[in-house]
Design a protein around this ligand. Sequence first.
Ligand code: AMP
Length: 396
Amino acid sequence: MAKLNITDVELSNKKVLMRVDFNVPLDKQQNITDDTRIKETLSSIKYLLDKKCSLVLCAHLGRPKGKPVPEMSLKPCAAHLAKLTGVKVQMAPDCIGAETKKMADALNPGEILLLENLRFHPEEEKNDPNFAKELSSMAEVFVQDAFGTVHRAHASTEGVTKYLPAYAGFLLKKEIDYLGKAVENPDKPFVAILGGAKISGKIDVISNLLNKVDTLIVGGAMTYTFLKAQGLSIGNSLVEDDRLDMAKEVLAKAKEKKITFLLPIDHLIADKVEAGAKSEIVMENIPAGMIGVDIGPKTIALFTEAIKRAKTIVWNGPMGVFEINDFAKGTIAIANALAEATATGATTIIGGGDSVAAVAKAGVTSKISHISTGGGASLEFLEGKVLPGIAALKDK
Ligand code: AMP
């Protein structure tokens, strides 16, 4: 169901409670080391300020576990947002309470108030109705722009929508548009590439995508569970022995649905998962004592060919232990292949922190159609699940 966004309704002069993703990394001196998340929500913030809204922003930072933790204060984000927007950003002492409410009430059109870390209160993650009500008492409408949180039913994602009309901000709209089209109505051929450590974390995505894709590509450590399930030797590679049956079922389902299921055909193997380890390329079987750490050159060529033919490509999870440069070639090659596919008209979508980091490492971030801002949320979207923070928004 399509959701109303901030351009679908008249918001001029309204007091807006907006959920943003300011969960940024901080160093020991409380400096923001990567402000991508703050920058990504600027278009919604600027749009609402232009509409003379007064903005009450709410967010979480880190995992304070329901109590105030000074190092997890959102104060550095207030200062940084002021710098980015040129607008003064007031910092509330808390996210609820009399003093905070007074600040919200006194807010004028075009002004910004940032509430303190929502997760300083256990009621946020418990989706406590009284807490949600208190939050919503600070505004007339709610705008959701924190995609990374919408897979959780928390007070600031779902609870507040019981008390305020709720709309999608631009960042959330972009996520829904790209991911929604991919799972509902993708331009074909549709290729999904899944990698990373474990089948167990991605089995629901694999199951859902088997009903949608033309080609499913598997790389990363997940490979070895599939290879072992097919009777190949995998040496000391990472494997989930309790998922062998699951892997067999996936292979059988892919066959039944006549989906092209591509697994690596050669491997970079190493004697240790360390920089400088002894390594070589092998086909098919991995000798005893050796560990598969990346896809090999023939696999890169095979996967790249499939990517070239695709019109929609979704990628989640690295092809190898890409954090170690010696083992990053396969993952970087896939990132480059996606960038080239985008240039020739394909829609490319990347989700998950590791793949996003890999694309940055390859220097092709700007050449991808859509980089999802929520790892967990994008996976649940691809699993076909209802995301409570999206479901709660007003329907078009
Ligand atoms: P995930 O969170 O499931 O997407 O897994 C990401 C992690 O998988 C990264 O830290 C990679 O280093 C790791 N990974 C990818 N390929 C391999 C491999 N062949 N062996 C061990 N770990 C791997």
